[in-house]
Design a binder for this molecule. Structure first.
Ligand code: SAH
Length: 201
């Protein structure tokens, strides 16, 4: 049957940690696939923040969510045209430290008409990862799908990998999920924020 795809693994890690009513973040809306996935997990009582720097991506995301809207199953949706590196400014202060999951799917917006030079970059991706970790609840997860195959993609992937490798274990646990025979294929970095210690009896 083969191993789970990289995107499938990202979704599994998130689904295991998100419950109805939770607040979550899609850091790179792109075509809206992860936003739609997150909306389904948190349901109508949850909140989904979505970020993208391109209006086209937010429009596609709204389109992908319209069936949910038609069924009245849309969560509280906050789509932000802006960089994920500023996510802490957009997420309600009351939700800082309470976000269950943040998903990144890096690279460029796929599709015929899109500008492939608009790519995510380490200068903004790394601050966004730091911001995500601060926003997560203990036990919450961030996932980042990396694309080493396009120009600039490998440098970004390596920067994210280095970020994960340098994450102090006191803050969280980081993992890599990668097909060992396919060095150019997309791969996953995930980090789980350290759960709060169980109070002594
Ligand atoms: N590579 C994936 C899709 C990634 S879409 C695939 O092939 O399926 C990545 C999205 O990130 C794009 O829509 C792009 O506009 C967005 N993006 C780039 N820089 C960003 C930033 N600083 N903040 C938020 N979104 C960003």
């Amino acid at each position: 049957m083969g191993f789970l795809s990289v995107l499938g693994m990202a979704q599994r890690l998130v689904a295991e940690r998100v419950s109805p009513g939770d607040a979550v973040v899609d850091a790179t809306c792109g075509g809206g696939v992860d936003t739609r996935f997150l909306a389904g997990l948190v349901g109508p009582h949850g909140i989904v923040y979505g970020f993208d720097v391109q209006p086209e991506a937010l429009a596609r995301t709204r389109g992908r969510l319209s069936p949910l809207a038609a069924e009245g199953r849309l969560p509280g949706l906050r789509l932000v045209l802006g960089s994920h590196s500023l996510m802490a400014e957009h997420v309600d202060r009351a939700l800082h430290g309470r976000i269950s999951a943040v998903m990144f799917n890096l690279g460029f917006l796929p599709g015929g008409e899109t500008d492939k030079t608009v790519i995510s970059r380490p200068e903004t991706t790394l601050p966004a990862l730091d911001a995500s970790l601060a926003l997560l609840r203990p036990g919450g997860v961030l996932t980042a799908v990396l694309y080493p195959g396009h120009p600039g993609g490998r440098q970004e992937a390596e920067a994210v990998e280095a970020w994960a490798g340098a994450l102090p274990q006191s803050l969280g646990q980081a993992m890599l999920y990668r097909m060992a025979q396919k060095p150019d294929a997309p791969y996953l970095v995930a980090a789980e924020k350290k759960a709060a210690p169980v109070p002594a009896e």
